[in-house]
Design a protein around this ligand. Structure first.
Ligand code: ZN
Ligand code: ZN
Length: 625
């Protein structure tokens, strides 16, 4: 950009008479557009005494290319009112894109009318843009009609139809068109794959992917992103490894963002770190999105210091970047630092959003800072005009309930402008359990069962309450009810990454090739733990009322399997990192403390709500989670 400005200065100073100012302006505006310097582009354009159609097209394209649709339409209006510059096919390509981007149906139809008046309605570029626009409006009939009326169609016309139908969720029709296309190019295949993955049809997408005659990075990205967006994180990572094995396709930032999100979810730290090195090694630019993905990966894999290092290195930060670092610090229990970052964010002039406040509230929850939490909660609406969502209410109810302020929690639920869901009531139920408020508890259970008659946590809670006051018949009835209603719980699942491969374990899982060794290790550990004073918590009372797992397989919860596998497959002293999809249960938490001391290893478990660093028989959460 600096050199562009120098060239411009030269041109102003010397202005060679033989140079057409329009010609120069087109070039300069083009460069500015690529650099996202739209103000500069507009300035250059405004200096032109008599802009020709090329200059107009350049400024329209500059705005359209940067998704600044409003300005694209504004300049088009200026152009229409200036004499002697008739719009051409390039003009309409930008303008129709802007109408589509704004979903401005009326403007779109008006532009269509201008197209017809300028007799460009048989131009293939314009026709393709029109079809794309009507698809964006959801007006499939007109899009199809325009396509049918075309005398000549190129591969772009067909692709517009395929991606149009798949964007509108009509993947069967898209497939029908796809199969009929006379010639397919890489874009056609990728559009079709994206159409399938958008609807969660990963098999359909993969079948196409596997038979593609050739693949470029966009095709790989479509499939990898498809897996990541549909929460098939191990598939995303495996496919990324396959992509690297081809040796011919180089990952770009879109690839890396998908893979990093998979790493973040699975705690696949080795691969995440490899990507970080890959970025620095290849001199790839750390764009905003890539930086955000990297910070998120480090934070979720338990390396908050690394997350901060990347965050500090980022050239550009948006509200998402700040929210990621604040939530990351909260998950690690660094509440004060999370608040510091929040103030720094405000000083940088970045306006917080609802995600930022989720991070702040969860920082308060993990540290038990009730009044501070209430302060932030009130600030949301009063100071920033952000209407709290159900998640925010859930967080505050949780905060109050854990602190024993059950009346306030119930009042808050009753004053909510939106209807409370099972999670919000469940948070209050958790408080009732800790503070043994049987009367309120029964009321809450009733509300929960109204919303979800199969809510397992409520049955477990009631059974416990009845058992604790000696009403054993009622307790038994409760458990029977639960079995009859076939209450299905989310299966607990844990992941551990060893030597670049992510291993997945479910409760009582015997599918792993080393299952025998894993179970033998657990038995041995239990024996040594009992010698050290460990007592298995076999009672029904588990930490979280809505997420606990079946109590009868206590010794084989997925996190125990993952930890045991980690112990036998890594060398002495290596830190073990496990990710679990639910909250860790009381027993596993207690057991892991013992294991960390017996085997002298640091064990880090990320559960659904936070990080637990187990070391020397203690956990960083101080048993508060
Ligand atoms: Zn457990
Ligand atoms: Zn803990």
């Amino acid at each position: 950009m600096k050199q562009v400005l120098q060239i411009q200065a030269q041109l102003i100073t010397y202005a060679p008479p033989f140079l057409d100012p329009n010609f120069v302006a087109v070039k300069l505006i083009g460069v500015c557009a690529v650099q996202c310097k739209l103000r500069q582009a507009a300035l250059i354009f405004s200096q032109l005494a008599d802009p020709n159609v090329f200059a107009w097209n350049a400024i329209l394209k500059a705005y359209a290319q940067n998704h600044n649709w409003d300005h694209t339409l504004r300049y088009f209006n200026y152009q229409l009112s200036s004499p002697n510059v008739a719009p051409d096919e390039y003009t309409f390509t930008s303008v129709l894109k802007a109408c589509a981007g704004l979903a401005a149906v009326l403007d779109g139809c008006k532009v269509h009318a201008v197209v017809i008046k300028t007799a460009l309605n048989s131009n293939i570029f314009v026709q393709n843009s029109l079809i794309g626009m009507y698809f964006k409006f959801g007006n499939l009939d007109i899009a199809q009609l325009l396509f049918d009326e075309m005398l000549i169609r190129d591969v772009v016309s067909w692709n517009t139809l395929v991606s149009g139908y798949s964007l509108c969720g009509n993947v069967e029709l898209a497939r029908w068109v796809f199969d009929k296309m006379p010639i397919k190019n890489l874009v056609s295949w990728s559009a079709m794959i994206a159409g399938y993955t958008r609807l969660g049809n990963l098999e359909g997408a993969r079948q196409l992917f596997d038979v593609m005659p050739e693949r470029n990075v966009v095709s790989w990205n479509a499939m990898i992103a498809g897996y990541a967006q549909n929460e098939k994180y191990s598939n995303a990572i495996n496919l990324f490894h396959e992509m690297q094995k081809t040796g011919s396709v180089r990952p770009n930032d879109v690839t890396l963002i998908s893979v990093l999100s998979a790493c973040a979810h699975l705690g696949a730290f080795d691969l995440g770190k490899w990507i970080d090195h890959f970025i620095s090694r290849t001199g790839m630019e750390l764009s905003l999105f890539l930086g955000n993905a990297l910070v998120d990966m480090y934070a979720k894999c338990g390396f908050i210091a690394e997350a901060r290092r990347i965050f500090d290195k980022m050239q550009e930060r948006d509200v998402i970047s700040w929210s990621i670092i604040i939530s990351g610090l909260a998950m690690h229990g660094h509440a004060e630092e999370a608040f510091d970052y929040f103030f720094e964010m405000l000083e940088c002039g970045v306006k917080p959003n609802e995600v930022t406040f989720m991070g702040l509230l969860s920082a308060c929850t993990h540290a038990g800072l009730v009044d501070k939490g209430l302060k932030y909660f009130n600030m949301m609406d009063h100071k920033y005009g952000i209407t709290p969502k159900i998640e925010h209410y859930g967080c505050v109810v949780d905060l109050l309930s854990r602190a024993g302020r059950l009346v306030e929690a119930e009042d808050l639920i009753n004053s909510m402008p939106i209807e409370a869901n099972v999670i919000v009531w469940g948070a209050l139920l958790g408080g009732c359990r800790i503070y043994k408020d049987i009367e309120l508890g029964e009321r809450v259970v009733q509300r929960i069962l109204e919303l979800d008659s199969e809510h397992s946590g409520s049955y477990v809670y009631l059974a416990n309450v009845y058992a604790s006051v000696g009403r054993l018949d009622d307790a038994a009835k409760c458990r029977l009810n639960m079995r009859e209603n076939k209450v299905i719980k989310t299966p607990g699942c844990s992941w551990i990454e060893v030597h670049n491969t992510v291993h997945e374990f479910f409760m009582g899982d015997r599918s792993h090739p080393l299952a025998d060794k894993i179970y033998a290790t657990i038995s041995e550990l239990v024996f040594r733990m009992k010698l050290a004073g460990y007592k298995p918590k076999t009672d029904l009372v588990v930490h979280s009322v809505d997420e606990e797992e079946k109590e009868d397989a206590l010794s084989t919860h997925s996190e125990k399997l993952a930890i045991a596998f980690g112990l036998i497959s890594t060398s002495k002293g290596t830190t073990i990192r496990v990710v679990k999809n639910l909250r860790i249960c009381n027993d596993c938490h207690e057991a892991t403390k013992f294991i960390s001391r017996i085997v002298e290893r640091e064990i880090i478990v990320r559960d659904r709500s936070r990080f637990h660093h187990f070391k020397d028989g203690k956990c960083s959460c101080n048993d508060y989670w």
